[in-house]
Ligand binder design. Structure first.
Ligand SMILES: [Zn+2]
Length: 681
């Protein structure tokens, strides 16, 4: 019996115990063996028989007792691991590996929706040949230089931050040819990522390991790249493993420095300048935030795994949580896969955090993807989003279904005894599901509006002399908002009044001469002129535009309008009354029968999320807008309480109580809405 000579191995101390890690170069698998099994395995050079091995064990560990059975167990274990030389088996393994390489996208590819590997290459020969050219980068001097250059360029960018045109990292995408710009951005970012991954690869080479897989991977739907650095498990020093994990970011520091140079040399606002700025952000801040989150399997995870000395941190954590679930929830007794109190604590903590994070990110990414799909593909997009949901949910439900099956198998007797009760309970639940009415709730975006609005308008065609209006300005009833230029009116009025006085004097003179008829006519004309003068006086007073009631000005100030000629009926501003507040929201005709006049509403404003406002649906009226989903309707909610600082246009979310329906009917409506079709309603 002989140990395969292509196995690589490393002896290490883990939690105070000696152990070995063996790497199978054919299957690329890593296996941990305890000290005795490992030592015995290494003894198998083809000359020793099982009896010789037993003798060796007895002499090596005199304090322990060994028998033939123990040796047989060790040998069968090594045989199971395919560690013993067997030319036939080895060929089969190589064939299996070639087959696996050929079918790179297979059923397992999509099993883990969080990280889908695609298109891998074997970069080992390239890395071996190219390593001498870049070996200098791993000398302490160059590491220090890289960090110093990066720090310097970071300071430089910070000092010159005013030159960042618009501050929008993707701003240049909008200019000219968006497709070309997007392609260039993609190309450059991919290039930076490849350099990052090659950094990992060269670091593995630096410490004498091999790299057999480099490729694309989708992490939470975002295209990323990965470099299989698992050979670092074989490195004797933890430090070198940490170096491998950090090497990606280290090489990216040089990319960021180079980009800073380009950014400095190119004119501000040019495409190259903006692109360089994007790369600086991507290679430094973005890369570090994304890569060093230990809850996903990126660089930070591997650093953490090395620090904790748990090379399979995530897998072990999930396995341990699965065990806890089976044991505590399902009551299935299985063997605990983990030993040691500290390990259990670490694995449980990491597992829970990682699952929570993954779930949160999955939900967020799904919502974004769904919105994008529906936006660009309408109904087909919503169907695709359902398909995507199915793929995501399967990942959650499959282990749960397995757990439930295990539980049922374990409790067969218990179930059989209570068959009648269980069937009755199920029937009751089904009955309630289809018949019991349950009130529902719909969440809709809503906007705050004043209880009433009034437009302050010019009554006469006059020049605007002064205006004190600004948006949000609180006003009392009668507050002066603006003044129109009354000069021409005042002049007219003085003329008319003078004319009236002259006529009045003419009348007095005529009466004195006994010309009664002429006197009466003059008096009449004087009365008419006085009336005109009074009217003009009224118009002069109307040049002062005042607030009709206490409230808030809703329209912005318009200093450019001062001096402008206003026609009669021109609006100067709108004043809103916030003594009572309304909320406005839009529903589509598909949702129309969910909203009833008088239905209670609860609303939360984005500006004041701690407070709930309450009210009732006051009116539903058709609006002019017709969307893809059909005609839209405007729903007015009369709110009973106003926020402390009411402003028109504050947005928030309102929950409307919908009519009571059976859970089944609620579900059908929810599905119809999810699919954005009114076929079933
Ligand atoms: Zn990396």
């Amino acid at each position: 019996m002989r140990l395969r000579r292509d196995l690589t191995w490393r002896r290490f101390v883990m939690e105070g115990q000696d152990a070995y890690i063996f790497k199978d170069e054919v299957s690329q698998a890593y296996t941990k063996l305890d000290a005795i099994t490992g030592t015995l395995a290494l003894k198998l050079d083809g000359t020793l028989s099982p009896d010789d091995l037993l003798e060796f064990a007895r002499s090596e560990w005199p304090g322990l007792e060994f028998d033939e059975d123990f040796i047989a167990d060790v040998l069968s274990e090594l045989k199971r691991l395919k560690f013993l030389d067997d030319p036939f088996e080895r060929n089969a393994m190589i064939e299996a590996r070639v087959r696996q390489d050929r079918a790179q996208i297979n059923s397992t590819t999509f099993r883990n929706i969080f990280s889908i590997p695609l298109g891998t290459v074997d970069p080992d020969r390239f890395l071996t040949r190219a390593y001498p050219c870049v070996a200098f980068l791993f000398r302490p001097f160059f590491v220090a230089l890289g960090i110093a250059l990066f720090a310097f360029s970071g300071c430089f960018v910070w000092l010159n931050r005013d030159h960042i045109a618009g501050g929008n990292a993707l701003g240049f995408l909008g200019s000219g040819q968006p497709l070309l710009a997007a392609f260039i951005l993609w190309l450059v970012v991919t290039l930076a990522t490849i350099i990052h991954e090659l950094g990992h690869g060269f670091a593995v080479k630096h410490f004498g390991g091999k790299v057999h897989r480099l490729g694309f991977i989708f992490v939470f739907g975002m295209p990323c790249m990965f470099c299989d650095t698992s050979d670092s498990h074989l490195f004797p020093q933890r430090r070198s493993r940490a170096c491998v994990a950090l090497a990606g970011t280290y090489t990216e520091l040089y990319v960021a420095t180079l980009a800073t140079l380009v950014w400095w040399l190119t004119p501000s606002g040019s495409a190259a300048n903006q692109l360089a700025y994007t790369i600086i952000l991507f290679a430094s801040v973005g890369g570090i935030l994304f890569n060093y989150n230990p809850l996903i399997k990126m660089d930070g995870y591997f650093v953490l795994a090395d620090l904790l000395d748990l090379p399979n941190l995530q897998e072990d954590a999930y396995e341990y949580l699965g065990y806890l679930f089976r044991r505590r929830v399902l009551g299935v007794t299985t063997e605990c896969p983990v030993e040691g109190r500290r390990r259990k604590q670490i694995l449980a903590t990491y597992g829970i955090l990682s699952i929570l994070y993954s779930a949160a990110i999955t939900v967020v990414m799904y919502i974004i993807f769904r919105a994008r799909l529906i936006e660009s593909l309408a109904f087909v997009g919503s169907l695709l989003s359902v398909l995507l949901l199915w793929v995501v949910l399967q990942k959650v439900f499959r282990p749960m279904a397995n757990g439930a099956r295990l539980w049922v198998l374990d409790h067969r007797g218990w179930i059989r005894q209570r068959m009648v009760t269980l069937v009755a309970l199920a029937a009751l639940l089904v009955g309630l599901f289809f018949l019991m009415p349950v009130p529902g709730q719909r969440a809709l975006p809503a906007t705050l509006r004043p209880g009433r609005e009034i437009a302050v308008v010019a009554q006469d065609g006059l020049r605007l002399e002064q205006s004190w209006v600004t948006a949000g300005m609180p006003v009392e009833a009668g507050t002066l908002l603006a003044r129109l230029d009354p000069d021409s009116l005042v002049l007219d009025r003085a003329e008319v009044a003078a004319e009236a006085r002259t006529l009045r004097m003419d009348a007095v003179a005529a009466r004195a001469q006994g010309a009664d008829a002429a006197s009466a006519a003059a008096d009449q004309r004087a009365d008419a002129e006085t009336e005109r003068a009074n009217l003009l006086g009224q118009r002069v007073r109307r040049t002062e535009l005042r607030a009709p009631f206490a409230g808030v000005v809703l329209t912005p100030s318009q200093p450019e309008r001062i001096g402008e000629w206003l026609e009669p009926g021109d609006t100067l501003c709108i004043v809103g009354d916030f003594a009572r507040v309304r909320a406005e929201m839009e529903v589509t005709e598909m949702d129309l029968d969910e909203v009833r006049v008088g239905a209670p509403v609860r609303m939360r404003l984005r500006a004041d999320p701690g407070r709930s406002l309450h009210g009732k649906v006051a009116a539903i009226e058709p609006s002019d807008e017709a969307t893809v989903e059909g005609r839209s309707y405007r729903v007015w909610v009369q709110l009973d309480d106003a926020p402390p600082v009411p402003r028109a246009g504050l947005t928030g979310r309102a929950w409307i109580v919908t009519p009571s329906r059976s859970p089944a009917s609620h579900l059908v409506r929810w599905l119809a809405r999810f699919l954005r079709t009114d076929l079933w309603v």
